[in-house]
Design a protein around this ligand. Structure first.
Ligand code: GLC
Length: 476
């Protein structure tokens, strides 16, 4: 591990979706050697770390989020020695490496499911014991044909939930953390960690009393997940992970509103700020989401990932430059999903879909150059390239007007901003805040707005003032 602790406070972390980053062997699927070959791109951007979406052996019911062995690498991605080589190269470049740690469930093909069924959550009756609903819709209980018993799955039926109330699970998972720390990883993104524990009495969730602020699929939205999610004693389970992780970074995917994060931050270093991700590109609402999250000081800003619409598709290509300023100028850590730095849009996905929850379109391969396969593979890509001629790393690199160069510039600039953060009152449609001795103003509208007074440090658009969809940074 690279020293020192707390390196993550202001870090920029780049999310690599390994299947779609770089293929090194022509099978059309990205792999670890491919990631290693492309680390230079991350060093060029100036980011501090990379987070690898799951690389473990997996039957791919949920593209790696169904793990069948926590201490190995899926053969399609390479081997443990490829992983070691990747970590070594990353560290040489000053980049830290985070793994995705899928804590809530395993794959149904994980040997534990047969050899250690007690590590999972089973219904005490012959059928679902309650009304819980899975995240992608449908009942959260399925019958195991072999044993005839019913097991819990918060996601797909191929992902049975682990029972973290069983000390064997805690021990085994602590072992997993130590295994990867010994191989040099610098931290973990804890997947779906708000679901790590459920009500021990398996009580029914009550009907939804209000709107949950984030997307929930199908019947999942009809319930308040009081007993199936966000349990008061979950933090105790996390303490076991913390004990094994020492001061390695733990960033939690806590799929809950900001108001819930305080408790999770007792043990986690960072939690993703999902309110920013789901807030429409509207200054008032963005400001509110930022205000709530910034108070906690350890919310990692994130505007897109492999689960939700790509940033360009969500905010519109015209707002991408301003969105980059917002994401990277807010105080604290920020996460960038691969491809957002070149403005990748949602793609068409695949027919029939690989992902039953409809997320293929957000996972198309990275576009390195303008060739038909975009430098991603020499073979048949597992998902087609979206539009390499329109946007790719090679053509944007060195072009001072490009989105890629803006990202790079912002990553460098954020290191010089200094301490201090204060949201400012601003004209309608503008998010403005002070960072150190600078004022950042982001125009979310299609109309001109007044630029704050001061010497320009950065402007996203060539026109003077604060043009439509633009952002500026001025020195006060
Ligand atoms: C997280 C992952 C998502 C996955 C789910 C179940 O939300 O980001 O991709 O499907 O957990 O593991």
């Amino acid at each position: 591990m690279l020293a020192p602790a707390m390196w993550w406070r202001d870090a920029v972390v780049y999310q690599v979706y390994p299947r779609s980053f770089q293929d090194s062997d022509g099978d059309g699927v990205g792999d670890l050697r491919g990631v290693a070959e492309r680390l230079e791109h991350l060093a060029y951007l100036g980011v501090d770390a990379l987070w690898l979406s799951p690389i473990y052996p997996s039957p791919l019911a949920d593209f790696g989020y169904d793990v069948s062995d926590y201490t190995d690498v899926d053969p399609s991605f390479g081997t443990l020695s490829d992983f070691d080589a990747l970590v070594a190269s990353a560290h040489r470049l000053g980049l830290r490496v985070l793994l995705d740690f899928v804590v809530c469930h395993t794959s149904i093909e994980h040997p534990w499911f047969r050899k250690h069924p007690d590590r999972y959550i089973w219904s005490p009756v012959d059928g679902p014991p309650n009304n819980w609903v899975a995240a992608f819709g449908g009942p959260a209980w399925s019958r195991d044909e072999r044993s005839g018993r019913w097991y819990l799955h918060s996601f797909y039926p191929e992902q049975p939930d682990l029972d973290w109330r069983n000390p064997e699970v805690v021990d085994a998972m602590q072992g997993v953390v130590r295994f990867w720390l010994d191989r040099g990883v610098d931290g973990f993104r804890l997947d779906a960690v708000n679901l790590i524990l459920k009500d021990a009495e398996l009580r029914d969730d009550p009907p939804a009393s209000g709107e949950f602020p984030f997307p929930r699929a199908g019947e999942s939205a009809t319930l308040d997940h009081v007993y199936s999610d966000n349990q008061p004693d979950a933090v105790e389970a996390l303490r076991a992970i913390r004990a094994a992780a020492g001061d390695a970074l733990l960033v939690g995917e806590v799929y809950l509103p900001t108001s819930e994060y305080g408790r999770w931050l007792e043990v986690l270093d960072l939690v993703f700020g999902f309110e920013l991700l789901f807030t429409p590109w509207d200054a008032g609402r963005l400001r509110d989401a930022i205000e709530r999250a910034a108070k906690l000081e350890r919310v990692a800003w994130v505007m897109s990932n492999h689960d939700f619409d790509r940033l360009a598709t969500r905010v519109g290509p015209e707002n991408l430059r301003a969105a980059a300023v917002l994401l990277l100028m807010l105080p604290g850590a920020a996460f960038v999903y691969q491809g957002d730095e070149i403005g990748l849009v949602n793609g068409p996905g695949h027919e029939p879909p690989f992902d039953r929850a409809g997320r293929d379109g957000l996972r198309h391969p990275m576009q390195w150059d303008a060739s038909a396969k975009a430098g991603f593979t020499t073979g048949e890509p597992w998902l087609p390239l979206v539009d390499p001629q329109e946007r790719n790393v090679e053509s944007q690199r060195g072009d001072t007007g490009s989105l890629l160069e803006l990202y790079r510039h912002l990553v460098a600039l954020r290191r010089k901003l200094g301490e201090g953060f204060r949201l400012l009152d601003a004209e309608p449609g503008v998010v403005a805040f002070e960072r150190g001795g600078q004022t950042v103003a982001v125009n979310t509208t299609g109309e001109r707005r007044t630029v704050p007074r001061g010497e320009t440090v950065l402007a996203t658009h060539a026109e003077t003032g604060l043009p439509p969809h633009a952002a500026v940074i001025v020195r006060n």
